[in-house]
Structures are given as structure tokens and as C-alpha cells.
Design a protein around this ligand. Sequence first.
Ligand code: PNS
Length: 158
Amino acid sequence: MSTSVICPGSFDPPTLGHLDVFHRVAASFDRVVIAVVVNPDKAGTFTPEERLELIAASLGEHEHVELITFEGLLVDLCRDQGIRVVCKGLRTVGDFEYEHQMAQMNRHLAGVETVFLSSAPEHAHLSSSLIKQIAAAGGPLTGLVSPPVQAALQARYA
Ligand code: PNS
């Protein structure tokens, strides 16, 4: 039985929904690797390193949680880390369709299993892209992101 898990994603920026999933996963697995994808074709609002710093500043200390960036296939990262389980949060049926396809592909490619955590109802409407639209227009970010992420967004869109 695996007690290690990878939580991959863009996290540009991390939302309170992402953080809730990280906390819940950290409570259930012995080793958690949070992996921020590096997309050479898409700059993003924050660099992958900035996103890692925002996750670290928001999450607090967890001895068994590691924060890394990765480029390339998730299944290759799983092999390199010696981990065969991925965990993703699910907000909506729309998320499920996209995530289910990726889960099946990762299982096809390398036997990597995916487990899903149902998002907390109070986080189901949170998305990084919507939050960036709100930040760009100077709207309120309280209840959507952590204080460090809120400060980073306000500085970025000042
Ligand atoms: O937060 P996101 O953008 O939904 O995360 C998507 C992510 C990073 C998990 C996905 O794009 C991914 O796994 N990218 C790595 C490349 C890869 O393995 N692609 C094939 C997936 S089946």
C-alpha cells in the first residue's frame, strides 16, 4: 500500500481550495510531494518558483510535505520520485471529465493511479483564472486566497 502521493498542478496562484486539499492530503499520507508544473510555452502570472514560495508561505510547516517544480510528463516525475499515486481536487462535474481523462492516460502510460478529493463546498467556485480576473480589476480577494497570495496578486496587478 502506497503512503506517498504527488499533488501536481499549475497553482498560478494557489487558491484556498488548493490549500485545503494540501492540508487534507497531508493528514492522510506519510509523504506528500506538491509539484508545480513548468510550462515552457506559457509564462503564467507567477513563475513556478514564485508559486512554490506562495504555497510554502500559505501552508505552514509540514515535515512530510515537499515542494518541487517539474517539467515534462507527470508519469516521469512519479517514476523519479518513486511514487505511484497522484491526488487531485475535484470541484465540479466539468473538473471530473478533464481529470478522469488524464487519470486514465496516466494509468495507461505507467500504471499511475489517481485519487480524487472532493473540494469543500465553500471552495467549489474558486479558480485561479477567475481570481486573477478579480485581482486585475481591483476586486476583493478575501476568502479566495491566503494573505500572502492576496499581497502578491495586489503587487502584481498594482
Ligand atoms: O492545475 P492544472 O493546470 O489542472 O494541472 C494540470 C497538470 C499539471 C496536472 C497536467 O497538465 C500535467 O500533468 N502536466 C504534465 C504533462 C503531462 O504529464 N501531460 C499528460 C497528462 S495525461
